[in-house]
Design a protein around this ligand. Structure first.
Ligand code: HCR
Length: 378
């Protein structure tokens, strides 16, 4: 029934939120939503989802051939989807509205070294734009020579009772080989549909296609479907890894559901399996964090949301927003602009342009944020 998951006292504010969504396009994160749908986590924490199975990230470097490395990249990528798109449902009962990061907000973390993954994996995230929200990130396992750099923004619209989210941005995975060469993979991102809004219990379904193009020519094409398509199951995907043009190898076809497991269609062998626990990122205690680090910055707001004290949450949020407004005014007076700390903006990413041509990426060029190699010492 409509609004059945919405607390009685918030039904009318949920109805107004839904009404304001109709015909909406733009920056959803800036919209005011009823308290029950608020998450205490900032969007700057989301890039950690890329590495919650650090062994799979590290294992990319162990592939002996171009084909096995391309398969390892595909396996790691598919294995991140459960965390990226279903973890709020698991931890909080439904998809929630994350905290909208401020310009310059930072999130640092790591996954400790162990024998299986060969080295420590570090994460550096910076909010590089507030309007529209853009988050840039870098994940490195230096000992293994595997590095991921990317940025993420969203364009939202409302259609047929669902929010449609086009992910803007891309990621580049670089693998340093023993030969001294570097292999690169351009990763594009799927489209999201936020369903279940009518009931007040949103969840994500992935749609359309995303691609992973290797500099070696191997290309993974991933097609996403929900209930009622290939298998009638939610979170279904079909991935096809095709060899470089004129290559003699056969394509590999993988089918399954990204939040559980999948198989190689020809051999029947299990391809990915994410039914085992994942490893969350390790973050420094709040007392050791600087004022720009996400968990320190949002501490009062997050506590208020967690404890159901929305008045306190709103007071702390108001303070953060006022500080930001004042900062922008001061910058305008001093004729200065905010300087990014860990990334540098470039209008066109040469890797996107070059690898995107191989599968006719749309758009043909994209901007990017180059990492300045100045994360916190590890
Ligand atoms: C759309 C979304 C913000 C963006 C989130 C992204 C796309 C961020 C990058 C991550 O790698 C993957 C990711 C996962 C999330 O599913 C997605 C969020 C889901 C909801 C949120 C909206 C801004 C808030 C919508 C408000 C609803 C729940 C009422």
């Amino acid at each position: 029934r409509a609004g059945e998951a919405v607390p009685a006292a918030q039904k009318s504010s949920w109805t107004s939120f839904m009404k304001s969504l109709a015909g909406f396009t733009g920056d959803l994160s800036a919209m005011t939503a009823p308290p029950f749908i608020l998450s205490p986590t900032s969007l700057t924490e989301f890039p950690a989802y890329w590495c919650e199975r650090p062994e799979l990230f590290a294992a990319i470097a162990d592939g002996k051939t171009e084909q096995t490395r391309a398969l390892a990249v595909l396996k790691w990528f598919i294995s991140t989807l459960k965390g990226q798109y279903t973890s709020r449902n698991e931890s909080m009962g439904s998809e929630k509205k994350p905290l909208n990061p401020v310009l310059g907000e930072l999130f640092y973390g790591y996954w400790p070294a162990n024998e299986a993954r060969g080295g420590k994996t570090t994460l550096v995230v910076e909010q590089v734009s507030h309007h529209p929200p853009i988050t840039a990130y870098r994940i490195e396992n230096i000992a293994k020579g595997v590095i991921l750099t990317g940025h993420n923004a969203q364009k939202t619209s409302f259609s047929g009772g669902s929010i449609i989210v086009k992910q803007v941005g891309h990621a580049v995975l670089a693998v340093s080989l023993p030969s001294g060469q570097t292999e690169e993979y351009l990763i594009t991102l799927p489209r999201l549909r936020i369903d279940g809004l009518w009931y007040g219990s949103p969840y994500i379904e992935l749609a359309e296609m995303s691609y992973i193009q290797s500099s070696t020519g191997w290309l993974s094409t991933i097609e996403y479907k929900g209930k009622g398509y290939f298998s009638g199951k939610s979170h279904t995907f079909k991935a096809t890894l095709t060899p470089p043009p004129h290559g003699s190898s056969e394509p590999t076809v993988i089918e399954g559901t990204w939040h559980t497991n999948s198989k190689d269609v020809h051999t029947g062998a299990v391809f990915h399996d994410v039914t085992s626990p994942k490893e969350e990122v390790t973050v420094a205690p709040i007392e050791e964090q600087c004022e720009w680090e996400s968990r320190k910055l949002w501490f009062g707001v997050a506590k208020g949301i967690r404890e159901g004290d929305f008045e306190t949450a709103a007071t702390f949020k108001g303070k953060i927003e006022n500080d930001q407004r004042q900062r922008r005014r001061d910058e305008a007076t001093a004729n200065k602009t905010w300087e990014l700390k860990h990334f540098q903006y470039i209008e066109s990413d040469p890797v996107y342009e070059h690898l995107g041509k191989l599968f006719k990426a749309n758009p043909p060029t994209e901007d990017a944020y180059v990492y300045l190699n100045n994360g916190p010492p590890s």
